[in-house]
Design a binder for this molecule. Structure first.
Ligand code: GCO
Ligand code: MN
Ligand code: MN
Length: 392
């Protein structure tokens, strides 16, 4: 990769990929893999060759197959650690595969079977230990099969209580073991189940408030998942930032009304992607930026590398556009017109007192004059388009 490129990523950008993302062999519900399956070392080598990557994340079984013997696990870990060192890659995040094995066909923490629920918690404790061995500090929970295919099969109130019990237990375990994990809950409305519990990030934020250790639990919103639910991802992330709960983020893309596509970040929704990068920059998000996407099934591994490099390049290009937007005089003049402040009014509503309530009640607002103030959003939106398309 050309290092002198203005859009070349560096590890300081905190871009991460998953063993399961760049290593995705291109299987889909209708077809067999189109790429040979790479082992973890080869995936790390691939990311090293792409260059500028900060880290690689994994599910327990992306690294250690579910049936591996302890001796096999040791060999895999040793080789993986060597590969990470060779390329200077970190493991910022780890997670558990609670969806592939048939034992989880009815969910993990919300399975109707107490034995499966206990096994899921045990598997997660072991996976947390594995992540900690590689220095992971963020632990993601994606409830892949935590749901139902028919509403008569599971009581959602009961399922919520089971899910809470599991997360409370695992938070306490993390503290007990001094792993220092922050948990990040990832929502998705459907796929692979017909209906998944806590379907959107907003649900997760509500759920977190009722946990025993809510301070160590935040969210991992994913672009595609909120888009699948018909929501505006930029607003979703804004809500998470406002709650100080944006612990991790899954960047990808998705067209509305389609299956879970996991498209390359920015490949489809340029304008949303720009607004998202602007939001993250404006609010100083400093966590990892994980590309949770797959290359097209038609790609070979040379194209997978282009996909990985492209994900980071797109982010860097959008980042440079955000800096231009934030320093563009014409644009900022419009922004200045749009946001109107008034010190006296701000003082009145910042904090309630019966005095300020009386003062506010006594103000004679000129409703018609307020309504007639101009809001040149069309101009602003067009200038944004010009800037993004290189016409400004
Ligand atoms: C998906 C999910 C996953 C999770 C991953 C980490 O739709 O498949 O986004 O990729 O992010 O399992 O928990
Ligand atoms: Mn996804
Ligand atoms: Mn994801």
């Amino acid at each position: 990769m050309a290092r002198q490129d203005a859009f070349a990523p560096t590890p300081a950008d905190k871009f991460t990929f998953g063993l399961w993302t760049v290593g995705n062999p291109g299987r889909d519900p209708f077809g067999e893999p189109t790429r040979v399956k790479l082992d973890p070392v080869k995936i790390v080598d691939l990311l090293g060759e792409v260059g500028g990557v900060h880290g690689v994340n994994f599910h327990d079984n992306d690294l250690i197959p579910i049936d591996a013997t302890p001796a096999e696990a040791d060999t895999i870990k040793r080789d993986f650690r060597k590969a990470l060192r060779r390329h200077g890659l970190k493991v910022p995040m780890a997670t558990t595969n609670l969806f592939s094995d048939p034992v989880f066909k009815d969910g993990a923490f919300t399975s109707n079977d107490r034995h499966v629920r206990a096994y899921a918690i045990q598997k997660t404790m072991r996976a947390m230990a594995l992540g900690a061995e590689f220095g992971a500090k963020i632990y993601v929970f994606w409830g892949g099969r935590e749901g139902t295919d028919t509403n008569v099969a599971k009581d959602p109130v009961q399922a919520g209580a089971w899910f809470r019990e599991a997360i409370n237990f695992l938070c306490a375990h993390s503290k007990d073991m001094k792993y220092g994990y922050k948990f990040a809950l990832e929502a998705k409305p459907n796929e692979p189940r017909g209906h998944i519990f806590l379907p959107v990030t907003g649900s997760m934020l509500g759920f977190i408030a009722g946990l025993d250790h809510s301070e160590m639990v935040g969210v991992n919103p994913e672009f595609a998942h909120e888009q699948m639910a018909g929501l505006n991802f930029v607003q979703v992330v804004g809500e998470a930032l406002d709650a100080k709960k944006l612990f991790h983020i899954d960047l990808n893309d998705q067209e509305v009304g389609r299956f879970d596509q996991d498209l390359r970040f920015g490949s489809q929704s340029y304008k949303h992607a720009f607004a998202l990068v602007k939001l993250l920059i404006d609010h100083g998000y400093n966590g990892p930026k994980h590309f949770d996407s797959h290359a097209y099934r038609t790609s070979d591994y040379a194209d997978v590398k282009a996909f990985a490099a492209g994900s980071m390049r797109t982010y860097k290009i959008l980042e440079s556009k955000v800096h231009r937007f934030n320093s563009d005089r014409g644009i900022q003049a419009l922004v200045g017109k749009i946001v109107r402040e008034d010190r006296k009014l701000a003082g009145l509503t910042a904090k309630y007192s019966s005095k300020s309530a009386k003062a506010l009640l006594a103000i004679d607002f000129d409703r018609k004059a307020l309504a007639s103030r101009s809001l040149p959003y069309e101009q602003l939106d067009q200038l944004t388009f010009d800037l993004l398309q290189g016409a400004r």
